[in-house]
Design a protein around this ligand. Sequence first.
Ligand code: ATP
Ligand code: MG
Length: 139
Amino acid sequence: MFQKIILAYDGSEHSQRAAAVAQELALKEDAEVRIVYAFNPISKIIGNPTLEELMQRETAQGNEIAGAAAKQMRDAGLDPHVEVLEGPPADAILRVAEVRGSDLIVMGSRGLGNTRALFLGSVSHKVLQAATCPVLVVR
Ligand code: ATP
Ligand code: MG
């Protein structure tokens, strides 16, 4: 039923649980997995070469975070794609889902933020609100 799965991953415990679900589902469905990590927008007021340096640093850090999830999946026999891009995170996740024609987005209910009172974080809230494909939110 699901052939192109996106895992939105920020390295949080919640997203690690989401990764486990995405992995199990992908193995069962023989689906392609795309791990997406978005870093916060870099102010364009900052001039070059600082802008490029910051982009490189954020991209390298993102590759490390998403790479950890990718490694686990490879160990389980999957061959996930990794996409690290500039946010805002919800917009980036939605954009990738649109461009890649994904049919499922898997994500955690909460992430790295610490507004514990809320049941849903702002990223999962916005993705749920605007996605054009099914979204699986892992508690
Ligand atoms: P907030 O960010 O609003 O303070 P939070 O951090 O607790 O709250 P979210 O950021 O909405 O909650 O995280 C929910 C899920 O969204 C995460 O488990 C993860 O799957 C996904 N997510 C959050 N941030 C990112 C990101 N930067 N890149 C990719 N996925 C993300
Ligand atoms: Mg967050």
